[in-house]
Design a protein around this ligand. Structure first.
Ligand SMILES: Cc1cc2nc3c(=O)[nH]c(=O)nc-3n(C[C@H](O)[C@H](O)[C@H](O)COP(=O)(O)OP(=O)(O)OC[C@H]3O[C@@H](n4cnc5c(N)ncnc54)[C@H](O)[C@@H]3O)c2cc1C
Length: 498
């Protein structure tokens, strides 16, 4: 997909950026600043590649002093700062600004402490999600929230997006597993929230910060809860002849009081794409499959397998297979975890949506998504955290075909509106970024959005931290309806040109 055209930056913004680059060049070590155009291009987008913008400059601080220097100089010149973790976000949260500083936190990558006594770990924000569990493994512990991108995404990015994953149904999202945070505000002040204890006094700013998408402060340290590794895990694969039944089975299992460690669903298009890619052993003729992970002691898991298996059959499964060994269990999950790249093999581009709905609406919503797919003439693969009601329709399109990106955007917007219509939300775990600003206009009314802006101003009165992301302006929402497809064009109407 080609980079998008943008309006020329104002002279003042260009001059301010030039002054920031000059000051940073003087104060930072030589390898902490990227200013060559070819090197900056590597940072032009996150995992949502439909929107691209080469950043004005990229800073890669390694120390606290270097970070504070970046903040101070940008503040003095009124230049926006866009924090970035690993750049795997799927909503454009780390989309750069042409006249802003992209602040990569990748070099804050040290695991500071694994504390088995308090079952927690203290890490810097650039540490990869999976690296925490790897470091805790010798103590028999792990970090539960496991985004499918966990091999690459950073814990700082997880905090900013309130990331989820397969195991969040039973063990909670990032917000339920982060117990302490250290942040630096735009003013260079350090805020410490929570810690190793179970409860803290004062307002719950910790929860407030989780999911704040880089707008309130730079996360510099994260304390996460670690859990003991279960004695045994097992996976059941249930096949269904229609997606409605699979959707009803998800709600039925939870309603029966069973909380699996993970409950994931894939429709036929996703099954076929994943099977072609990783040969997971999926039934390619099934309309939908559920992957149901059970964990606990040996005895608990043995008992749960019988109960869940029978429940799935009662709820319409045509076949239920239990992974025969660890290798087969890993293959079942490999198919699910590779579903996004698998979609990339069958279509030049895909647009990943992320909405959440009440579980009992799964079947109905999937039917309606398929009807929209026929209406728009674009294919869709559905793969999602079904137990959480968190949908990930992957809309298949070809950006080189005129009009297809706009059609994909319109289709995606209708899916988000559908989520709100049935009582859900416009994001489950990928955040709002720039992608779902219009969806926020559907979900929230002006008084609510105003309060979001007020809270934001309390931390960042200058509006320099990740401007234009996550919370739409009221004027944008007023415009919404007349013009809500951007065709990937930049500047996004809400990205202020400071
Ligand atoms: C194949 C694939 C599968 C995925 N599966 C899942 C999934 O199962 N569940 C899920 O939740 N997500 C998933 N994602 C999305 C993505 O991995 C998550 O949103 C992740 O949390 C982003 O982390 P990151 O380090 O890449 O952050 P980035 O993309 O770099 O940034 C994300 C946001 O965090 C902010 N940010 C980053 N670091 C900091 C910091 N130190 N301080 C303040 N703000 C910061 C940025 O400004 C931006 O707003 C998937 C992505 C891909 C590509």
């Amino acid at each position: 997909m080609s980079a998008n055209a943008s309006i020329a930056p104002t002279e003042t913004a260009t001059q301010a950026l030039a002054a920031v680059i000059e000051a940073l060049t003087a104060e930072l070590p030589p390898n902490a600043l990227v200013i060559e155009a070819a090197e900056r291009r590597a940072y032009e987008c996150d995992g949502l590649s439909a929107y691209r913008q080469v950043p004005g400059a990229v800073a890669l601080p390694r120390t606290r002093d270097e970070l504070l220097t970046c903040l101070r100089i940008c503040r003095e010149h009124g230049v926006p700062i866009i924090p970035r973790g690993a750049g795997t976000g799927l909503s454009g949260g780390a989309l750069p600004s042409e006249t802003g500083l992209l602040l990569s936190m990748a070099r804050f990558n040290r695991i500071l402490e694994i504390d088995p006594d308090n079952r927690c770990a203290v890490v810097q924000p650039g540490v990869r999600n999976l690296a925490i569990s790897e470091a805790a493994a010798p103590q028999g512990l792990y970090y539960a929230p496991d985004p499918s991108s966990q091999i690459a995404c950073s814990i700082g990015g997880n905090v900013a997006e309130n990331a989820g994953g397969v195991h969040c149904l039973k063990y909670g999202l990032t917000v339920h597993n982060v117990i302490g945070l250290e942040l630096v505000t735009l003013d260079g002040e350090t805020i410490r929230l929570g810690g190793k204890t179970l409860d803290t006094a004062g307002l719950d700013l910790l929860a407030f910060m989780i999911g704040s998408e880089g707008m309130l402060g730079i996360v510099t340290e994260v304390t996460v809860r670690l859990l003991p590794r279960p004695e045994r895990t097992q996976v059941l694969l249930a096949s269904f002849d229609d997606v409605e039944s699979a959707g009803r089975a998800v709600a039925g299992i939870i309603a029966a009081g069973l909380i699996p460690a993970g409950l994931e669903m894939m429709d036929n298009a996703a099954i076929r794409a994943a099977e072609d890619f990783v040969h997971a052993g999926y039934p390619v003729d099934a309309a939908a499959i559920l992957l149901c992970e059970l964990d606990g002691t040996n005895a608990e898991v043995s008992e749960d397998i019988m109960v869940v298996r029978q429940k799935l059959l009662d709820l319409g499964a045509t076949e239920v297979r239990t992974a025969r060994d660890d290798a087969e269990r890993a293959r079942f999950w490999a198919g699910r975890k590779a579903a996004f790249p698998a979609a990339g093999r069958i279509s030049p581009d895909y647009y990943c949506m992320d909405g959440t709905i009440p579980r009992h609406q799964l079947g109905t919503v999937l039917e309606r998504i398929n009807a929209l797919s026929r209406e728009h003439g674009l294919g869709v693969c559905n793969v999602f955290h079904a137990g959480d009601g968190n949908l990930h329709p992957l809309i298949l399109y070809d950006a080189n075909q005129p009009g297809q990106l706009e059609t994909a955007e319109a289709f995606g917007q209708q899916i988000l509106e559908l989520c709100v219509e049935v009582g859900g939300t416009v994001t489950g775990e990928h955040g709002v970024g720039v992608e779902k600003l219009d969806g926020m206009c559907v979900q929230f009314a002006a008084p609510e959005l105003e309060q979001f802006h007020n809270l934001r101003r309390a931390f960042d009165p200058l509006g320099l931290l990740n401007p234009g992301k996550a919370v739409p302006t009221l004027s944008r929402c007023a415009e919404f309806g007349r013009q809500h497809v951007h065709g990937g064009q930049l500047p996004h109407p809400d990205l202020p040109r400071l």
